[in-house]
Design a protein around this ligand. Structure first.
Ligand code: FES
Ligand code: MG
Length: 607
């Protein structure tokens, strides 16, 4: 047990024997040391380097040809390596399981937990003293952070940064957001197929991830708000020179973090998560954030609930004027000061725990106090925000135990009528139109026999973590073409799936438990009356208690809510172990593994 003592007897920056030396310099077991050493020499590393006691820093490489949003990390890794060397470390780059939000079928969400599992095994089983997490595209960021939380070795996030702004006919075209907008125009007959393709392609003018405040910019901003990256890291556009510069600084810092033994559990505290929720409201962050952040909290052992998102986030104003909730894109967000400016403004209004520690060893307060002040357009002041009370609302009722609604994107008329007038609260009621997944929706949305009018609510079910599998981003459904032509461009949308962070639809989503887990959505029928009360946070099918009971009994008698069969082995493993959106859609068994205070120990020798 001498090895563990070596590790434990260290702190306060004194040079000490590192974890990697259990592989490369273990006098107790020369046979194994030789075996571990020899193969890492075969591409030119020397024995002296590997036995010098220098920190070995992993670069968890999420970029590859299948993952265009993160591909730029392949080049950035060069600057990361230079930073690591400069600070006296040795870099070892390795691939992670690819997750491409727009390319992976049936969902990229399915692969978040797979990439997580793979990275846990790598960080645990290889001679790494610290790791740089190259993040970007939606699920790559939480997958990497979750794995680092589980293994709990020094870790730092390096975002890849958003693409440059997209432009078409002199107007900004933002990733994803332009798709939802232009598909309406195509449905209304204003543009044709080719124009639609050209407009959407214009939104991706360079390397980088989505340039809107979609899930990618959200999750990278939140990584920074959690203290997981260097200040200013999230917003720098991928092609800007500052991106390469912060890659270098991140490499350097990773080495120092190893000597300081600064681990995720040191900064991913309850306070950091509360900061994160507040920042998410202020940036108009994605509805995917609660799923990923709640998952991260569970993997680091912090108690965080879906209700906390409303409790700490709802009354925070929207400060960042960026699509989909606002107007601008990533370049302006960066130029206006990015996350540090947002945090600075929130700090002035006592909404941030300033003493929360961050990866640079300083507190959030120290990092952000002197950030660029709000410019009153791209980043608004707290007193003159784009929207007041802009955080999520959490709803419950006989339809689900919880679902969320992003209030920063609700129209003013809707807000004034249903949300901002608690003295005279008004609920909205409608006739349910129920779709069994996106294929059914596309097939039947224009079916005249459904009589869809402006008093209907569109439901989609069977699209949650188990049902789809992975939870599909399909809840933002557009009304029938006939209604759009009349000028009705949105109807209330509700579902057990998710929606793209780039969508400006005020859907009620992430419903838990999902239909496939026999939640309330499973017993809903087309034609049912549904009542939503945003002030009370309630969502109910208007049926009697007896009828409700009978429908659930019938569902049970019929073997529960059906869903498609597994198509791959991973789908089976995933469905058997995944939890619901409200609690992070984690692999439930994985949340039992916490390496806090080194309790997991180190792996045994492999021969
Ligand atoms: Fe990858 Fe948006 S699709 S970042
Ligand atoms: Mg998406």
């Amino acid at each position: 047990m001498k090895k563990n003592d070596d590790q434990a007897a260290t702190k306060n920056g004194a040079k000490r024997k590192l974890r990697s030396q259990l592989w490369f310099d273990n006098p107790d077991n020369p046979g194994m040391t030789a075996l571990y050493l020899e193969r890492y020499l075969n591409y030119g590393l020397t024995r002296r380097e590997l036995q010098s006691g220098k920190p070995i820093i992993g670069i968890a490489q999420t970029g590859n040809d299948l993952s265009p949003c993160n591909r730029h990390h392949i080049e950035l890794a060069q600057r990361v390596r230079e930073g690591i060397r400069e600070a006296g470390g040795i870099a070892m780059e390795f691939p992670t399981h690819p997750i491409q939000e727009t390319g992976k079928r049936p969902t990229a969400a399915l692969d978040r937990n797979l990439a997580y599992l793979g990275l846990v095994e790598i960080l645990f089983g290889y001679p790494l003293d610290g790791v740089i997490l190259t993040t970007g595209c939606d699920k790559t960021t939480p997958a990497c952070m979750m794995a680092a939380a589980t293994v709990n070795i020094p870790a730092i996030v390096l975002s890849g940064g958003p693409m440059l702004n997209g432009w078409f006919n002199g107007e900004r075209t933002g990733s994803g957001t332009v798709v939802w907008k232009s598909r309406e125009e195509m449905a209304a007959g204003k543009i044709d197929y080719d124009e639609f393709m050209d407009i959407v392609a214009s939104s991706a003018p360079s390397v980088g991830h989505c340039n809107t405040m979609g899930t990618a910019s959200t999750m990278n901003s939140l990584a920074e708000a959690l203290g997981f990256s260097l200040p200013g890291c999230a917003a720098i556009p991928a092609p800007y020179r500052e991106r390469g510069q912060i890659a270098y600084e991140t490499g350097k810092r990773a080495v120092e973090m190893v000597w300081e033994d600064l681990k995720p559990s040191d900064f991913l505290t309850r306070k950091a998560f509360e900061n994160c929720i507040v920042v998410n409201s202020a940036i108009g962050g994605s509805t995917n954030a609660p799923i990923h952040i709640n998952a991260l909290a569970r993997h680091i052992g912090v108690d965080l609930t879906i209700e906390d998102w409303q409790k700490f986030g709802h009354d925070v104003p929207l400060l960042v004027n960026m699509q989909p909730a606002g107007f601008y894109l990533g370049e302006e967000y960066h130029r206006a000061g990015g996350v540090p400016s947002v945090v600075r403004e929130l700090m002035k209004h006592k909404r941030i725990h300033e003493d929360a520690l961050t990866v640079n060893g300083k507190t959030m307060g120290e990092n952000c106090r002197d950030a660029t002040p709000p410019d009153s357009d791209v980043i608004r002041t707290y007193d003159k925000p784009l929207v007041k009370d802009a955080g999520f609302i959490v709803l419950r009722g006989n339809l689900f135990d919880s679902a969320i609604m992003k209030t920063s994107v609700i129209s003013k008329e809707f807000r004034d009528r249903y949300l901002s007038n608690p003295k005279d609260p008004e609920a909205f009621e409608g006739r349910a139109i129920v779709f069994e997944g996106p294929e059914d929706y596309h097939h039947r949305i224009d079916d005249e026999s459904l009589n869809i009018d402006e008093h209907c609510m569109l439901f989609v079910r069977g699209v949650g973590p188990i049902g789809y599998p992975g939870g599909a981003e399909v809840v933002n459904m557009q009304p029938p073409a006939a209604l759009i032509k009349k000028g009705i461009t949105s109807l209330p949308c509700i579902g057990d799936g998710r929606q793209s962070g780039t969508s400006g639809s005020p859907s009620i989503l992430n419903a838990s438990p999902e239909a496939a887990a026999n939640g309330g959505l499973a017993i809903l029928k087309t034609g049912d009356r549904v009542r939503i009360d945003l002030n009370k946070g309630e969502a109910n099918i208007l049926i009697s208690a007896e009828e409700l009971k009978k429908r659930h009994a019938d569902l049970k008698a019929n073997g529960g809510f059906p869903y498609p069969k597994n198509q791959t082995p991973w789908q089976e493993l995933y469905r058997d172990t995944v939890g619901q959106h409200a609690t992070g859609a984690c692999l439930e068994l994985a949340t039992r593994y916490h390496n806090i205070a080194g309790t997991i120990g180190v792996a045994r020798d492999n021969h």
